[in-house]
Design a protein around this ligand. Structure first.
Ligand code: SF4
Ligand code: SF4
Length: 383
């Protein structure tokens, strides 16, 4: 281990709470059963922040079970420990002491540590919009410099949050700081270290720790990423297909104002174009999630976030056909045998009239209806 647990707790992390419902992550159980464990049972993690609001760290710390003791002091899997060696926000140490820790990890474990970055990286004015420290000549170290240098020798870089993954809010027009994503930074510097995007504003704790645990078990190659560089199992289900208001959408029942009952499409919901397991996994230890709390999905896991026009802009729905696995019910709630095509005609006509947007009949503009997400209990494929 890089630091003893006494070292880490001495750095002032002790009162924090960190955790994740690890066993509710598709594929991790089967991976734990079947994969040949890496010889290194602990992988040093370094977490740095650039242009961020710290919300991603707060989200990670907000999970209640297991807590920090179980995660950092216990075994997250039999014989496996996380080794969070450096975290800009959580560490109590600062200045030289903190940077010495960073130096120790990167020197002793070149090519073996995992770098986590939250926040987009400023490039305007030579990156001086984000200064994270000074070198021994008293010159500023920018966030850009730090991410570039730490990325070169990392086993993998996890871009945590919408901003690190795709630029997010700091990179929204007019983007005065020239903020870019971590992937873009590595491409500019011709650094070939693999990048895993974990978007969300903020990301769910499981989305962060699940990939880390997967790397711990099977290496970076065990991660299965989608077209946007995200761990695929977390970001395959369409929000719209698992939303409790989907029946209202199909029947053309839309909320006109916040607090109204009904589908939130007219209030700007991005659920029809957003892929994430939020309705299944839920936040705060499985208690609630955005739409259940009455707020439209703002599409925070998609590369288009925060959407140039407005978070609350009404999008053009791209899916009018309920998936084949949807039951269909009549006005009395009786299940009916009706073809998805017929359902599409009914749902599409009602929805188009109510929303007042031009919609062609059926089918996704972005991609076909994804298959029904596997239950976490069923194991699923590796991440
Ligand atoms: S538009 Fe939003 S609120 Fe309406 S069904 Fe789809 S995801 Fe749910
Ligand atoms: S429901 Fe939408 S806005 Fe909420 S966390 Fe999921 S993707 Fe983000």
């Amino acid at each position: 281990m890089v630091l003893t647990r006494r070292d880490f707790l001495g750095a002032g992390v002790g009162a924090s709470v960190i955790g994740f419902s690890l066993w509710n992550i598709p594929g991790l159980v089967s991976l734990a059963d079947g994969a040949e464990p890496k010889k290194v049972a602990e992988i040093p993690l370094i977490w740095v922040a650039t242009g961020s609001c710290t919300g991603c760290s707060v989200s990670l710390l907000n999970s209640a079970s297991p807590n920090i003791q179980e995660t950092l002091l216990g075994e997250i899997l039999p014989g496996k420990h996380l080794s969070l060696a450096f975290h800009t926000t959580v560490m109590a140490s600062a200045g030289e002491l903190a940077l010495e820790t960073l130096e120790k990890v990167t020197t002793e474990y070149p090519g073996q540590y995992v770098l986590l970055v939250d926040g987009a990286t400023a490039t305007a004015a030579d990156g001086l919009y984000c200064i994270v420290g000074e070198n021994d000549r008293g010159e500023p170290i920018t966030g850009y410099d730090q991410v570039r240098d730490l990325s070169r020798n990392a086993a993998a870089v996890l871009a945590v949050g919408a901003c690190a993954s795709y630029g997010g809010i700091p990179a929204a027009a007019p983007n005065p700081t020239g903020a870019i994503s971590i992937q873009e930074l590595l491409e500019r510097e011709a650094i070939e270290t693999p990048v895993v995007n974990i978007p969300g504003c903020p990301p769910h704790p499981d989305w962060i720790v699940g990939p880390v645990a997967t790397i711990l078990l099977g290496g970076v190659e065990a991660l299965r990423l989608d077209e946007h560089g995200r761990p695929a199992p977390f970001f395959t289900p369409l929000i719209h297909d698992n939303c409790p208001y989907r029946g209202h959408y199909d029947r053309g029942e839309f909320a006109e104002h916040f607090g109204d009952h009904g589908c939130l499409l007219k209030l700007g919901c991005k659920g029809p174009v957003t892929y994430g397991d939020c309705p299944i996994r839920k936040w705060n230890n499985g208690v609630n999630w955005c739409i259940q709390a009455g707020h439209p999905c703002i599409g925070c896991v998609e590369p288009d976030f925060p959407y140039e026009a407005s978070l609350f802009e009404v999008i053009k729905p791209t899916q009018l056909t309920p998936p084949d696995w949807f039951p269909w019910a009549d006005d009395e709630g009786e299940a009916k045998a009706i073809s998805p095509g017929a359902a599409a005609v009914v749902g599409g006509a009602v929805g188009a009239a109510a929303v007042g947007v031009g919609m062609g009949a059926a089918k996704l503009a972005r991609k076909d209806t994804p298959p029904r997400p596997e239950s976490p209990d069923e194991g699923g494929e590796p991440l």
